[in-house]
Design a protein around this ligand. Structure first.
Ligand code: HEM
Length: 421
């Protein structure tokens, strides 16, 4: 007779890239089982694609229920970010150069986040909303005569690119290569992306591109201040000291990655969801402006473009009958939290009028809650307002998905519609 499975080591291997190459519905069958039977489970270290032979790899606890993700996110004293926030391990110098305040704790986190947070408040975002709307309008007007194509290239990646580049102050000719490098940082686990190359090498190159660029831009803004975030960063003081160029570069990398991929992939997932749920599209179009804010929350819940972040236990704590000890890792599976039957009625129903909708797409609350939530919401409202007004018959084919345990990404997605204009 086979030995019974230990309750805290289920068969599903959440750390294998093969698992993250499967469709979300299929993956969620495993998460649903965990949510039901093993809300806290211990796992072997995630698959090491970077070849970190000489680095210690870590086991982790999987956090899959909505309530637990919220609790952990809101208790930074017990579950810190300063020991790293990525699911998988990476060389310390790569993390150092790319994570900035995402992987810090108070008080430094509070101070660094504070430097840019003024630019992301709902009030400040409302000020730039008109510009975002005009950009959304232009993007859709340019797409309208084509009758179709790859939605990611044509629509989804364009609005976040121009929005965040404008805010940081990235000059027009540099934008494409900066976004391509930022993309590389989160897509390097996909075989199509790394091809014959070593993922670690590609990661290093992309990071070098971003860091070099940020350092040059910072030096430029020191000489010629502008009205952008880079100027705010080079002028800022924390504890009486200016930020170093390395700190500014890490800040830049964080904003470039966080500001681009997430909103882009939400746009693509939502487009597909509106295609396979024509009734929901009809409800939305019926009262577009009024229904968009609630619909956008459902878009983010549905897409859950950020799949995982991690915390490290700082003091003994009990969770689901297990004693967690300092140094242990907990991984928050946001997509699973956003499909938790305990938190959402029929979680696999896409419902643009869902109310309440306390999704975890932007995180579970607490000090690291997404800084760009207002900005993302505004962009999503603007782009779908234009899409559904100008080309309401747009239909998306099944997307080609990125293989990643971090970003729920859409690489390509064909759309078609009646050409206009
Ligand atoms: C739909 C779009 C977006 C989603 C789903 C999303 C999701 C997230 C999530 C899950 C976190 C981590 C929360 C936590 O650890 O508790 C986060 C943090 C962050 N996001 Fe977003 N994000 C989006 C758009 C943006 C945009 C447009 C920006 C603009 C730059 C942005 C900037 C950031 C930053 C800087 C952090 C780190 C905050 C900190 O550590 O204090 N995000 N985001």
């Amino acid at each position: 007779m086979a030995a019974p499975e230990a309750p805290h080591s289920p068969r599903v291997d959440l750390g294998s890239l093969e698992f993250w190459g499967r469709p979300a519905e299929e993956r969620d069958a495993s998460f649903a089982e965990l949510r039901r039977d093993s809300p806290l489970s211990r796992h072997e270290p995630p698959e090491d694609i970077l070849g970190l032979a000489d680095q210690e790899l870590h086991r982790y606890w999987a956090i899959v229920r909505h309530e637990d993700i919220r609790r952990i996110s809101r208790d930074p004293q017990t579950f810190c970010s300063g020991e790293g926030t990525q699911f998988g391990d990476a060389p310390p110098e790569i993390l150092e150069a790319s994570q900035s305040f995402l992987a810090m704790d108070a008080p430094r986190h509070t101070k660094l986040r504070g430097l840019v947070s003024a630019a992301f408040t709902p009030r400040q975002v409302a000020r730039i909303e008109e510009g975002i709307r005009l950009n959304a309008k232009r993007i859709v007007e340019e797409a309208a005569p084509t009758g179709g194509g790859d939605f990611v290239e044509m629509v989804a990646r364009r609005l976040p690119l121009v929005t965040i580049s404008d805010m940081i102050g990235v000059p027009e000719p540099d934008r494409e290569r900066i976004v391509a490098a930022a993309d590389m940082l989160v897509s390097v686990a996909d075989p199509e992306v790394f091809g014959e190359r070593q993922p670690l090498e590609l990661l290093g190159e992309a990071l070098w591109t971003l860091t070099q660029f940020a350092t040059e831009l910072a030096a430029h803004r020191e000489q010629r201040p502008g009205e952008d975030l880079m100027t705010a960063l080079v002028q800022a003081e924390v504890d009486g000291e200016r930020l170093t160029h390395a700190e500014i570069a890490a800040f830049f990398v964080l904003l470039s990655v966080a500001g681009n991929d997430t909103t882009r992939h939400t746009t693509s997932h939502a487009m597909r969801a509106l295609t396979v749920n024509p009734h929901q599209r009809a409800i939305l179009i019926d009262d577009l402006e009024a229904r968009l804010p609630a619909a956008v929350e459902e878009f983010v819940r549905w897409a859950s473009p950020v799949l995982t972040f991690r915390r490290t236990v700082t003091r003994e704590v009990e969770l689901h009958g297990e004693q967690l000890v300092p140094g242990e890792r907990v991984v928050l599976f946001y997509h699973s939290g956003n499909r938790d039957e305990r938190a959402f009625e029929e979680p696999w129903r896409f419902d643009v009028t869902r109310e309440p909708n306390r999704h975890l797409g932007f995180g579970g609350g607490g000090p690291h809650y997404c800084l760009g939530a207002s900005l993302a919401r505004t962009q999503l409202r603007s782009i779908f307002y234009e899409l559904l007004r100008v080309i309401p018959d747009i239909e998306a084919e099944p997307p080609e998905m990125l293989r990643s345990a971090f970003i729920h990404g859409v690489k390509r997605m064909q759309v078609s519609f009646t050409a206009r204009g």
